[in-house]
Design a protein around this ligand. Sequence first.
Ligand code: ADP
Ligand code: MG
Length: 416
Amino acid sequence: MTSPVLLPGATGLNGSGQQTTLGVMGGGQLGRMFVQAAQAMGYFTAVLDPDVISPAGLVSHYHIKTGYLDEQGLTQLLQRCAAVTTEFENVPAGALVTLGAARPTAPSADAVAIAQDRIKEKAHLARSGVPVAPYAVIESAAQLAAVTDDLLPGILKTARLGYDGKGQVRVNSHAELAAAWGTLKNVPCVLEQMLPLAAECSVIVARGWDGACVNFAPQRNLHREGILAVTEAYAGNLPPALAEKAVAAAKNIAEELNYVGVLCVEFFVLAEGTPERARLGALVVNEMAPRPHNSGHYTLDACDISQFDLQVRTLAGLPLVQPRQHSAAVMLNLLGDLWPDNLPGHAGLDPAAMNSSATPAWDKVLALPGVHLHLYGKLKAGKGRKMGHLTVTAVTPELARSTALAAAKLLGIAPF
Ligand code: ADP
Ligand code: MG
């Protein structure tokens, strides 16, 4: 179903007199920032998430607290909402099929189903004009036995439900590979050759119902233990020819999928002078996310229109304009590791604990120029859990970097 233009502040879905309401499947931080962007424009919002205190549910007009496939929950969402989006790729595709039959739903169930499954995803990404890492699909013992030496050392990744490096095992030999597949309960997997990375980057595009497509410039991303740690967004963060190629590939991918919404595509930049780079070229496409992405959070503070604004616009059928970045930016992820005393079991759900002496020294960090603090309202920290992020904006990349390094030092985040 395509979208009519859904103007904020209009009333009258089904003659109800209700304000135009946009819905989102999932109540995490991405849903929260979508809700905040939609509300700033005057929309009402509804979140569907079973968690009673989800980051997005806490700030939304309506929070439907049911499972993602709960018929009553989906019916309530449809009654409330003029259109529906999603904030995580593991929303059951069946739920998006139900929603999409009744309301404009973006991204579509089809696009999300592809992004949910690394095997399907790889086949799609390979058509982007940029190669994927050499890989083998492992769904059977025969496929395991047929793995060739050139894929080792490699990374075994579950085809479904992986995120932030979860569901991945690094393997050096056939024996380790066999053991790792067992550890992953012999579910369908992809084995990828471990590539020599010089850097990683991502491109965020937004594509409308009419096929119009706009993009942010590629971000340079640093991962630690499989989790995004730092994003650097400024002119010169990547060689221009490479950046151009990444943008073209991301747009091709969106086009091929007839994608509607915000899409992020992650890339590897291969190290110079390696046989892999000689064979594959400098740029390899890694994976895509059918939604706004952690590496695009800086757009809230450093661009005249953010990735969440674009998510709202694509969903509501509003015009897409090319974003303009007005400041150099460095984003630091704030993981639960920064709350040492707040590890699971300590704070529980006690809001007072957020003000305890274990709270990071935000006052010191906020004394630095150009610092924007975003906390997601999660009451329980845990190792590797994304609790918030911090964006440093500045006139020059050098200043953004040096201030971000100072903030990192204050917080105990390793330098980059
Ligand atoms: P996730 O879904 O958890 O983000 P990714 O496939 O993006 O999974 O892997 C997480 C990180 O692991 C990547 O950002 C990269 O740093 C590293 N990684 C993944 N695959 C490879 C590879 N084939 N070669 C080298 N590093 C890799
Ligand atoms: Mg990734």
